[in-house]
Design a protein around this ligand. Structure first.
Ligand code: TNX
Length: 566
């Protein structure tokens, strides 16, 4: 198979693989009509990547074009091989090319995409000493006329190199079915690594429950933008969403409803393992949250003996907060917490356990700090590192403790003091990073208690300097929470995530020196056609100069996401 000549006005149906022949003529006609722009367009620019890479050196004299003979070569190591297979799976549907994967670097021949694990990928030949090592997540990407090479010290770095490679191809690469296009990448070198080690999103599966498949799709969105943590808000007043063998009614009774009175649901341990392993294959760490001592009505419905008055409350399907709490004065409460945290920790390969701690309005002062200190120790007993909302700040420090900032101002002496005592901070300002806030007055779903958050507001702040008295060195990273009181479907989730999630991802990944709203807006615009091609819902924010005409042909029979409405 060969690449279409640049000047060919008529795509060649024979360029499609045999198994797609029945649709080939159709697709080719469609492609000829609607993808002409793609066939003739120059390749993307090498710096047209979100999040912005640390360093880009374009070589306008070189481009590489995939064709039916392109092969993938990878270092013989299981985790690198997995990335090579993922690359092939990303490229095969739209190109229809076979893209065989081989574990050899011996004879790097022309026309290959090579993924190399190398102990010291930096400094590469010919670059100055300023390029330190790539670290645990960095990569180097070279596009020359004869091939594409990704080098990294870890499989994670290779995975991120692949996400960049994907963005350098035409938007039609996101099509789930074959498209005739010219699969060209712009030439040059990218050296890239993240600013912060923690880059995340939170999904609230408690207010509304979401199926495993929906969560997996959210993980795909994170991975695309080099986000590496998925915080799952697993418990709240409206529902308990994770099976706990030692307290079985938590899930079966506590999980039986949700906001608005729907049937709710919960993840079995196998469901949760599936989420964790899907995430891990995409270099995403799951951070489970068991919210304590407040936000616990669902647990109290299941086990009234945990309630201060030992009386079962009614299941809660509204959206108020701050009324419920487990009894901090009863020893049974700590048995319950130890059991739950122990089981959740055992299911979770990542290092973090999030214990919430927010809006426990009825547990005050020393009772609250005493409760938190004891719970922090129970987390430590599981071998995990404690994370909690910044309300945990007044409690004593424990090793590694991480606080998650969700304030809407930038000054909190209690949090700054906890950081002085050793805590690190994940920054999630309610008025910049809360993806449940509306974009504008007329946004059909979402909240506005922290203000309206358009794309610019999501982008224009600096996690490194945001909270007074918290130096950038104490900032572990950034997270964009999505609370789901008003979110009932995957389309709703995507509508609120996109296009703001890439803005948060860029704050977490890119060096501050690349920060530039005008440039970001232009780079982001090209992602609209990618999401459309992949059938992903997004908000067509008027701030972004989305391309006027689709560059991707519509697919027969494929569901069309309506980008304007959730
Ligand atoms: C505040 S932010 C909450 C959540 C709500 C959210 C709605 C935080 C730690 N607590 O319980 O869902 O506002 O935006």
């Amino acid at each position: 198979m060969s690449t279409l000549p640049l000047s060919s006005p008529t795509p060649d149906p024979a360029a499609l693989p045999t198994q797609h022949q029945p649709e080939a003529a159709d697709l080719a006609t469609l492609a000829a009509r609607t993808a002409g722009a793609d066939l003739l367009a120059p390749p993307a620019r090498l710096d047209d990547v979100v999040p912005a890479p640390e360093r880009v050196e374009a070589d306008p004299t070189a481009t590489f074009t995939l064709d039916g003979d392109t092969a993938i070569r990878v270092t013989a190591a299981p985790d690198a091989r997995q990335v090579a297979d993922q690359l092939a799976e990303l490229l095969r549907p739209a190109t229809g090319y076979p893209l065989p994967v081989a574990e050899t670097l011996a004879a790097e021949k022309n026309g290959t995409l090579t993924l190399t694990l190398a102990g010291t990928a930096f400094p590469p030949p010919g670059t100055d000493a300023e390029s330190a090592d790539l670290g645990a997540e960095g990569y180097r990407l070279d596009v020359t006329a004869t091939g594409v090479r990704v080098v990294a010290e870890t499989a994670t770095g290779l995975f991120y190199g692949v996400q960049t490679l994907r963005q350098l191809l035409p938007a039609a690469i996101e099509s789930p079915t074959p498209v005739t296009a010219r699969w060209t990448l712009p030439g040059g070198t990218i050296l890239d690594r993240p600013r912060f080690p923690y880059r995340g999103t939170m999904l609230d599966v408690a207010r509304h429950f979401f199926a495993v498949e929906d969560v997996l799709r959210v993980i795909d969105h994170l991975a695309r933008y080099k986000l590496n943590h998925l915080h799952l808000h697993l418990t709240d007043d409206q529902g308990w969403r994770i099976a706990v063998d030692s307290w079985p009614r938590l899930a079966t009774v506590g999980g039986a409803t949700e906001v608005g009175g729907g049937p709710g649901g919960h993840y079995t341990k196998d469901d949760y393992r599936r989420i964790v392993s899907y995430a891990s294959a995409r270099h995403v760490t799951v951070v489970p949250e068991i919210d304590l001592p407040g936000h616990t009505n669902a647990a109290l419905v299941a086990y009234p003996r945990l309630a201060p008055d030992k009386v079962a409350p009614a299941p809660y399907t509204g959206t108020e907060v701050g009324f419920s709490y487990v009894d901090p004065a009863d020893e049974q409460t700590y048995d319950f917490i130890a059991d739950v945290l122990g089981e959740v920790a055992a299911l979770t390969p990542g290092p973090w356990l999030h214990i919430g701690g927010d809006e426990a309005f009825k547990v005050k002062g020393e009772v609250y700090t005493g409760f938190v200190e004891r719970t922090q120790r129970l987390v430590a007993d599981t071998g995990k590192t404690v994370v909690g909302w910044h309300q945990l700040a007044p409690a004593a420090h424990v090793d590694g403790r991480v606080l998650q900032w969700w304030g809407t101002d930038t000054d909190d002496p209690t949090t700054a003091d906890a950081v002085r005592r050793g805590a690190r901070l994940i920054v999630s300002p309610g008025n910049h990073a809360y993806l449940d806030m509306k974009y504008a007055e007329d946004t059909p779903i979402g909240h506005d208690w922290a203000g309206l958050i358009d794309v610019r507001r999501a982008y224009d702040w600096d996690p490194g300097t945001h909270v007074a008295g918290v130096p950038a060195t104490a900032v572990l990273g950034v997270e964009a929470p999505l609370w789901t009181e008003s979110v009932t479907s995957l389309a709703d989730i995507e509508f609120l995530l996109l296009p703001r999630l890439p803005a948060i991802a860029e704050l977490g990944w890119s060096p501050r020196a690349t920060h530039d709203w005008a440039g970001f807006r232009d780079r982001l615009a090209g992602h609209g056609p990618r999401w459309s091609a992949a059938g992903i819902t997004f908000h067509r924010s008027p701030e972004i100069p989305w391309p006027a005409t689709p560059t991707v042909p519509r697919q027969h029979g494929a569901p069309q996401a309506d980008p304007a409405t959730p």
